[in-house]
Design a protein around this ligand. Structure first.
Ligand SMILES: [Zn+2]
Length: 375
């Protein structure tokens, strides 16, 4: 095989097959996802593959990519070695016809995956808009009490946060949607840059313990995340304040609670406060640099990452203290550099919470590693 054939051959190995060949122990969590320990940083369920998108992702070390990248991560080897491991080291001649046949098959498989993904996304966005619409005019009291329990009371309630009194918590199990919990939930609109709602951020809360999220368990008694995003969050944000003014300042944190905690203290006069939903969305793709896990250099081709309005002058990213500050910082830097390059933002900076604390701990005067009702 010629070297470009070997590369395409390796790229065509589905990530699920790579998982099998590496003998990684993953559990099926939905029709298209399996999760388990990360082959690099361990844990229990931080690592997941999506057979639909044909990618893997670790939410702790942040590694993501295709089958070849997974081999490199798991076997801690360089690109050529990963290629050898996947498709063999020998250069084998294949006929022109066979090459054409494989090429056609790969194109068909990719087109089929894209079409399925587009349908699934459209359906999820429609579902998100239905959830948002169903919360019109509902009493926001449970969400107000939840945030108040965390020391957060908005000077004026954001129109982007609503509440549902009895919202079902559903997840796919083996391809079927099952209900695991039902109760009050804070529903936040995730708006695309054009202002349209393309996703909702849902937080199930415990009405008996203000400030605490609901405890939701799977069938084996394992904890499930009490927050779920439905729809397409790409490039979106939860706008806790209105659009910033011309020459103004935008402050972006990851979650609602963190961002709202800073809003309450209002450190910058006239600033707007938006939650960027997650670090991946705020950071976007980074350029890979050999020998560096996170380069902090944005891949400017990434059209899915968050970008601020072009007319602001100052952009601040909030950094919560967590287990991997270097990786988090590199991600935030990538996002800020993207905003500078793509939107010409004049001043960008990262403001970090003290080590081991998030901004809600700071607001409530907690000590590091104190009892955190958040998790
Ligand atoms: Zn990991």
């Amino acid at each position: 095989m010629r070297s470009d054939d070997r590369l395409r051959e390796a790229q065509a190995v589905p990530v699920a097959e790579v998982v099998d060949r590496l003998d990684l122990k993953l559990k099926r969590v939905s029709a298209v996802e399996s999760a388990g320990p990360c082959p690099d940083c361990g844990g229990e369920d931080r690592f997941a593959i999506n057979t639909q998108k044909n990618v893997f992702n670790c939410r702790v070390c942040g590694e993501t990519g295709d089958g070849i990248a997974l081999v490199r991560l798991a076997l801690k080897c360089e690109f050529p070695a990963a290629l050898d491991w996947l498709v063999g080291a020998r250069e084998i001649e294949i006929s022109q016809e066979e090459r054409a046949r494989r090429e056609k098959k790969r194109a068909e498989d990719a087109a089929q995956r894209d079409a399925y993904a587009a349908r699934a996304r459209a359906y999820a966005i429609e579902d998100a808009r239905n959830i948002w619409a169903s919360a019109v005019g509902q009493d926001p009291a449970p969400a107000v009490a939840y945030l108040a329990g965390r020391g957060i009371s908005f000077p004026s309630w954001p129109p982007t946060i609503r509440c549902l009194a009895d919202h079902p918590y559903k997840r796919k199990v083996g391809g079927r949607l099952e209900e695991f919990h039902r109760g009050p939930a804070m529903i936040a609109a995730i708006q695309a840059p054009d202002g349209r709602i393309r996703a909702v951020h849902q937080t199930w809360i415990d009405p008996d313990r203000p400030g605490r999220k609901a405890e939701i368990l799977d069938r084996d008694g394992g904890a499930l995340p009490s927050k779920l995003v439905r729809g397409s969050k790409k490039g979106g944000a939860i706008r806790l304040s209105p659009m910033p003014l011309e020459g103004g300042c935008l402050i972006v944190g990851e979650g609602i609670e963190t961002t709202a905690s800073v809003l309450v203290c209002a450190p910058v006069e006239g600033a707007s406060y938006w939650a960027g939903v997650d670090l991946g969305n705020m950071a976007g793709r980074q350029i890979k640099i050999e020998g560096q896990r996170h380069s902090g250099i944005p891949d400017l081709e990434d059209e899915d990452a968050f970008l601020p309005p072009r007319w602001i002058e100052r952009l601040i990213y909030l950094q919560d203290g967590d287990s991997n500050p270097a990786a988090t910082r590199a991600k935030l830097l990538a996002g800020l550099r993207r905003a500078q390059a793509r939107c010409g933002i004049g001043r960008t900076e990262i403001v970090a919470a003290p080590p081991g604390m998030d901004f809600n701990d700071v607001l409530r005067g907690e000590k590091p590693d104190g009892d955190d009702p958040a998790e």
